[in-house]
Design a protein around this ligand. Structure first.
Ligand code: TRP
Length: 331
């Protein structure tokens, strides 16, 4: 049984891309592995040092995770800042994290460019905090996208370095986990690239978005002037609409519009209307769950307490051993 860990920053709501990219797979995974899912609220301070509503944002992500099917009994679902062991391991890892290698990380360079007046130490050491998140449970697998691969590489470097410096075989070197066949890439609505909240308004459809807004976004999705030859290859924006439809609609619906496309009789307006309704249907149970869970203060309290306790049980073992390995021992 592998130890799997995944973290998400509390910035923004979950969208269809999150669901098909990872969440849907977590639902199964949590019963087959030892899974840790956490909300990276410490990390969010590296870019937003004075967040307007940190607590509310964390709460929303938590509720959405639960609504999407994370089972807090099976998995360990917790908030990063509820686990101070993470901060201690971060401190220990930082002692063997070098300025040069940290400065070479591309996310650091990007962010330093974007926030030149706030190139803080947390930003520079983002990779050692992320390594602490992962290594605190001695995780084996970390489901991450391409943008996080370099961070994971750093985690392996820190793990290897710790093992070598202290002459132990303590931290495993975690690998990126992608779901293979199960992975469905969801494109955005803007005609290119994947769905993501940073790609601009209108590109992502959120799981908790209200139907009216979903209709509006989908109707605005980028298309073209239509096929001119029978059976012609679909350009990217059209391929994207079909990909979305494949994810949420039934196969007959997809086949119907596919045929219309091939016969050059397709009306994108009709297709998008259908797609919007199918997205609305698909996300309806999610919206209901969000409402239900969000109203249940006791449940949220219970879940976060249980998550913190389970995470603590695992983390305290790691930190105790790491301290002993380095030489911090009780008198
Ligand atoms: N850096 C990740 C992101 O921006 C979030 C994150 C923090 C994370 N710690 C992690 C992801 C540990 C996986 C494992 O998406």
């Amino acid at each position: 049984m592998s130890i799997v860990l995944s973290g998400i920053r509390p910035t923004g709501n979950l969208h269809l891309g999150n669901y098909f990219g990872a969440l849907r797979n977590f639902k199964k995974m949590q019963y087959e592995n030892e899974c840790y899912f956490f909300i990276a609220d410490y990390h969010s301070l590296t870019t937003h040092p004075t967040p307007a509503d940190l607590h509310g944002n964390v709460r929303q992500v938590l509720v959405e995770y639960l609504a999407a099917g994370i089972d807090p009994e099976a998995a360990t679902l917790y908030i990063q800042s509820d686990l101070p062991e993470t901060a201690e391991l971060y401190l220990l890892l930082n002692m063997n994290a070098y300025k040069g290698e940290l400065e070479r990380v591309s996310t650091f360079k990007d962010k330093a460019r974007k926030q030149p007046d706030n190139i803080n130490a947390g930003l520079l050491t983002y990779p050692s905090l992320m390594a602490a998140d992962i290594l605190i449970h001695r995780s084996h697998k970390v489901p991450v996208g391409k943008d996080q691969e370099q961070h994971l590489e750093m985690t392996r470097t820190f793990a290897r370095r710790f093992n070598r410096l202290y002459d132990v075989d303590f931290f495993p070197e975690p690998v990126a986990y992608n779901f293979g066949e199960e992975l469905v890439k969801i494109p955005g609505l803007d005609g290119s690239g994947k769905m993501g909240k940073s790609e601009g308004e209108g590109n992502a459809v959120f799981l908790a978005e209200d139907p009216k807004s979903i209709r509006k976004k989908v109707m605005r999705a980028v298309t073209d002037s239509g096929p001119t030859e029978m059976n012609q290859k679909k350009p990217e924006p059209i391929e994207n609409i079909f990909a979305l439809m494949k994810a949420v609609s039934n196969p007959d619906t997809v086949a119907f519009f596919d045929e219309q496309y091939n016969k050059c009789t397709i009306r994108y307006g009709d297709m998008k209307k259908q797609l919007a309704e199918d997205i609305i249907n698909f996300t309806e149970p999610f919206r209901e769950k969000v409402k239900e869970i969000s109203a249940d203060e006791d449940y949220i309290r219970k879940v976060t307490k249980m998550g913190a306790e389970k995470a603590h049980a695992s983390a305290s073992k790691t930190i105790k051993e790491a301290r002993e390995i380095i030489g911090f021992r009780p008198f």
